[in-house]
Design a protein around this ligand. Structure first.
Ligand SMILES: *Cc1c(COP(=O)(O)O)cnc(C)c1O
Length: 415
């Protein structure tokens, strides 16, 4: 078979898959036209056998890469023993997982859920209840402060405080009780806090916002404002946490410890949805039997996989890789920051193996650059029109980081 006929057959197969998904599945995404069937480490393969470097890593759900042998072994073992009990009964995996995750976070206790949005909802519910029972806020008067440009998930309450019109429009009436302040602006937060404020919810780095890193000292200032006002600091580390930025949690870059860690994505190792909050006993004890829960949250398969993830994180190897390869990524990307040539970046933001690349005005759109990268064997996705987000699995090698940057440089120049 010539390479020509291979690519012809391939195109037809890819087109058929895409037509089928468009015919039978809701159009709530606009994927790149690639149909993947295999993954291993930092690489994925499409139905035609073409390989791509995965530089999105499931929005950081795949920090350990596709099919990490330790995670697969643990999952296979647990799959054949016990997968679901509901929380009506105990299972032998939840205790060890909970203890390991509490120890990793330095908190007393955890509450396991499945998706990120559910963990955020859990943090919001715990905060409101803590406000009424512990802080003494009058019933139904609690407010929670959130950030402009936030992304915390897709539930009705969470989109109620999103400022992304596409995510929010025509889903009202919206859940009240949220106030939005400018991300990174300490004064804006200080002014918004009042005696009925129970929590401040923020991403230590805004992922969907385009890897937006707040000014140095901001997280410490948020911590201080929360301490002074008796307000809970909720860190949504669903995308920024679990080694992505070179630390277990992005808050550690400012030596800040939030009251509640919100975790998801990589907690399930890319195999399974696993999320959780971690906090101290005096906060979590407001949750009583029946007042919150989930059929699947804390199930033995999730707990076994989550426990292996926590063990891997406690060894520090992935954090070290993210730091080391992240500085290489930053160094290699820096020469691409140049304006006025029509083929550069107007700015980059890099923290660990996580980068937001702003395409210079007048250059190709983010979507166009993503498609060009795809043709060069690199998968990444645009956000907000002209930003490309780079978040490869942390198992990527130094050579592969070089390939990735070469592909970006080339894709900025020509189709
Ligand atoms: C992805 C994400 C969520 C939502 O997680 P889901 O598993 O998609 O519900 C929440 N917060 C942040 C910061 C995220 O990146």
């Amino acid at each position: 078979m010539t390479s020509d006929s291979t690519s012809h057959v391939g195109s037809a197969q890819t087109a058929a898959h895409i037509a089928q998904v468009e015919r039978y599945a809701a159009h709530n995404y606009h994927p790149l036209p690639v149909v993947l069937s295999h993954g291993e480490g930092a690489w994925v393969t499409d139905v035609d056998g073409k390989r791509y470097l995965d530089c999105l890593a499931g929005y950081s759900a795949l920090n350990f890469g596709h099919g990490h042998p330790r995670l697969l072994a643990r999952a296979h073992d647990q799959l054949s023993r016990l997968t679901l009990t509901s929380r009506a009964f105990h299972n032998d995996q939840l205790g060890p997982f909970s203890q390991a995750l509490a120890e990793l976070t330095g908190k007393d206790m955890v509450l396991p859920m499945n998706t990120g949005a559910e963990a955020v909802e859990t943090a919001l519910k715990v905060s409101r209840r803590w406000g009424y029972r512990v802080k003494g806020v009058p019933e139904d008067q609690a407010n929670i402060i959130v950030m402009e440009g936030n992304f915390h998930g897709r539930t009705t309450t969470i989109i109620s405080f999103s400022d992304d019109k596409v995510a929010r429009d025509e889903y009202g009436p919206y859940t009240p009780g949220f106030r939005t302040v400018t991300y990174g602006d300490v004064e804006s937060l200080r002014q918004a806090v009042d005696e009925f404020t129970v929590a401040v919810l923020l991403e230590p780095i805004q992922g969907e916002g385009g890897v937006v890193i707040p000014p140095e000292g901001y997280l410490r200032a948020v911590r201080q404002i929360c301490d002074e006002a008796g307000v809970l600091m909720l860190a949504d580390e669903i995308q920024s946490g679990l080694a992505r930025t070179g630390r277990t949690f992005a808050c550690e870059h400012e030596d800040v410890v939030p009251d509640i860690y919100v975790m998801g994505k990589a907690l399930g190792g890319g195999l399974y949805p696993v999320s959780a909050i971690a906090t101290n006993r005096e906060i979590l004890e407001v949750i009583t039997p029946g007042s919150h829960g989930s059929t699947f949250g804390g199930n033995p398969l999730a707990a076994a996989i989550g426990h292996e993830v926590v063990t891997m994180l406690s060894e520090g190897e992935f954090q070290a890789r993210a730091t080391e390869l992240g500085s290489l990524l930053s160094e290699l990307l820096t020469p691409l920051v140049r304006t006025g040539h029509g083929n550069g970046l107007s700015g980059i933001r890099v923290r660990g193996l996580w980068a937001g690349l702003d395409i210079e005005p007048g250059g190709p759109s983010g979507r166009e650059v993503s498609e060009r990268l795809m043709r060069r064997g690199v998968l990444a996705k645009d956000t907000h029109g002209s930003t490309i987000r780079i978040a490869p699995p942390l198992v990527i090698t130094a050579d592969e980081v070089g390939m990735l940057v070469d592909a970006v440089a080339d894709a900025l120049e020509r189709p």
